[in-house]
Design a protein around this ligand. Structure first.
Ligand code: FPP
Length: 225
């Protein structure tokens, strides 16, 4: 049976869920946050070491200002509410993406939370914020170039935002859309991909456990036979 070290998730479908049930995209994001909490809990229960959640992409800046503001407020509240619980449950928070462009207060709060949880070992939750895989790769190549280092697999992996994190075994994308949307393009090279029809706020522990069970039965070849 395949062990599972790392699950990555594209949490898609909040907007559509919000319009359908609450006439508001933002209320869809709010409902999506409940699913985030459920899935973190379930990841802990399944003894998985890494969970990476795509919360805000480099392309999401194109959305209406009001929606962006709402998402950042949710994030802000999430950190306030959760960081104590993360420590109690031995969970480490890590951000992947460029948060230097965030408002100073939020940026400092995020950095402080990373600092506060950095020695926790049971689960690492990677939140992808202002994350885009192409930017990550460019940053990585530029860094190697500046340090006069060879462009090879080892050096690239050591310098990605995800250095020291094993590649995802599983990628889940909810919301009935079958694409990668500039998420972890390097790291997903050999991941098993599960596209899920349900919208993110409707996704639950049962759906998650079914995917984990299916994954365990897959024969992974990595190019071999
Ligand atoms: C994609 O759905 C979802 C996002 C861009 C944001 C994800 C945010 C959350 C799940 C809540 C906040 C999370 C944290 C950790 C603070 P969409 O809006 O693109 O959905 P659509 O395809 O139906 O429009």
């Amino acid at each position: 049976m395949n062990p599972i070290k790392h699950v990555a998730i594209i949490m898609d479908g909040n907007g559509r869920w919000g319009i359908k049930y609450k006439k508001s995209r933002n209320l869809g994001h709010k409902a999506g946050l409940n699913t985030v909490e459920k899935i973190i809990k379930s990841t802990l229960e399944n003894k998985i070491k890494y969970l990476t959640l795509f919360a805000f992409s480099t392309e999401n800046w194109k959305r209406p200002k009001k929606e962006i503001r709402f998402l950042f407020n949710l994030l802000d509240n999430f950190i306030d509410k959760k960081i104590k619980e993360f420590n109690q449950n031995n969970i480490k928070l890590k951000i992947i993406g460029n948060i230097n462009v965030f408002e100073k207060k939020l940026k400092n709060k995020i950095k402080k939370s990373e600092q506060l949880t950095k020695n926790n070992t049971k689960l690492q939750v990677n939140l992808a914020l202002n994350y885009g895989s192409k930017s990550e790769l460019i940053d990585t190549f530029q860094k190697l170039n500046k340090e006069n280092k060879n462009i090879n697999i080892k050096n690239i992996e050591k310098n990605l935002y995800t250095s020291n994190i094993p590649d995802p075994d599983i990628l889940i994308r909810t919301g009935n859309t079958n694409r990668l949307s500039n998420f972890l393009l390097w790291q997903l090279a050999y991941s098993e991909i599960f596209f899920e029809k349900k919208l993110w706020p409707d996704f639950n522990e049962n759906d998650y456990n079914k995917i984990l069970k299916k994954f365990k039965k897959i024969k992974r070849n990595y190019g071999n036979i």
